[in-house]
Design a protein around this ligand. Structure first.
Ligand code: AHN
Ligand code: ZN
Length: 337
């Protein structure tokens, strides 16, 4: 008896739902078709442009804090973002490296629609590692790397998104942060199992979480791009991201698949990676994920070029840049409510 009442109620409510759905669906269809002509159908992420942004960064030389190339590249990034009509804030600071070296560092923050309360945070590190300490040849361990992928690629994808944000309106306010001093962590040759060295990485991000560029800064969620330009890259569901922001991971992976990039964004489990998103999650309390090329079947999970002198333009793929860039483009400009 009870069951049948329930069922009847369910049927009635389902019918009501169908009726209300069909009317709102009609409206939605109309709305969508206008929106599509205006934006989503036509917004293409230009992988050639992103590739060029990596070339430009690499041309400065390794972007290691306390070097001239680092200063000049920072100026280039600021001027690019300003040219795309973003509001740009530079956060200059001195942070202390694992060995006590004071590092002159600079976080570069670009805001689109700064007045919009509904915000998304996109971030990447822009500095490059001073040491090729994962290089097969020990003679190279003290040599700085080009960082085409590790550093260059995430920044390049975000610069291309900034270019698109200049001419296309998202319904979200967007903040792009280029964090500094991510990659100056304790070198492998000094790694000591008994000494915790995790916090020697991501120094710019750690500074920012303690000194946000705007008091009480919040975003609905954050996406970190790290090594998103390598040949044959694959992205797996990184576990810190899953812990703090599984719904963001799933939303991004779903969008990637709907955009035709399910061969890059795999549904399998990734590593547990100490990266800038950890501090954004813990310190700033913004649910954030890491899109990072990581395959547990590899030696250390990261691409073979990681922290080696091989992290050069030769191993950058426009197809990978397109897969990541187009997925993010579709997140920013599709399904706007
Ligand atoms: C560590 O190696 C501790 N984390 C990886 C974060 C990283 C370094 N991403 C790029 N370079
Ligand atoms: Zn690195």
């Amino acid at each position: 008896m009870k069951r049948s009442v329930c069922l009847t109620l369910l049927t009635i409510s389902l019918q009501l739902l169908t009726i209300s759905c069909s009317t709102s669906k009609e409206k939605a269809t109309v709305k969508e078709s206008t929106a599509q002509t205006a934006s989503s159908a036509s917004i293409q992420f230009d992988a050639d442009s992103a590739y060029h942004y990596i070339e430009q960064q690499v041309a400065f030389g390794p972007r290691v804090p306390n070097t001239e190339a680092h200063v000049v590249c920072g100026d280039y990034l600021v001027s690019k973002l300003k040219s795309y009509q973003a509001e740009v804030i530079e956060q200059k600071m001195t942070v202390t490296a694992y060995d006590g070296t004071p590092l002159k560092a600079r976080n570069i923050i670009a805001s689109f629609q700064p007045e919009n309360k509904n915000r998304i945070l996109l971030f990447a590190h822009w500095d490059t590692r001073p040491y090729a300490d994962a290089d097969a040849d020990e003679k190279n361990w003290q040599t700085p790397i080009d960082g085409a992928n590790d550093g260059g690629s995430g920044v390049a994808v975000l610069l291309e998104l900034a270019r698109l944000l200049q001419t296309n309106k998202s319904n979200m306010g967007v903040d792009i942060i280029f964090f500094d001093a991510e990659d100056y962590g304790t070198p492998e040759w000094l790694e000591d199992e008994n000494v915790e060295s995790e916090d020697t990485w991501c120094l710019g991000t750690q500074y920012w979480t303690q000194n946000p560029h705007k008091p009480g800064y919040k975003a609905s969620y954050g996406i970190l791009l790290d090594m998103v330009g390598g040949t044959n890259a694959t992205f797996r569901k990184e576990q810190i991201s899953m812990h703090f922001a599984s719904y963001v991971v799933n939303q991004v992976w779903d969008k990637a698949s709907k955009s035709g990039y399910s061969s890059y964004f795999l549904p399998s489990e990734g590593g547990v990676i100490t990266d800038d998103h950890l501090y954004v999650n813990q310190g700033a309390k913004i649910p954030s994920i890491d899109i990072i090329d990581y395959d547990p079947a590899r030696k250390n999970g990261f691409p073979d070029t990681w922290h080696t002198l091989d992290d050069t333009m030769n191993h950058i793929s426009k197809e990978t840049l397109k897969a990541v860039g187009q997925t993010l483009t579709n997140i920013l400009f599709e399904n706007n409510k």
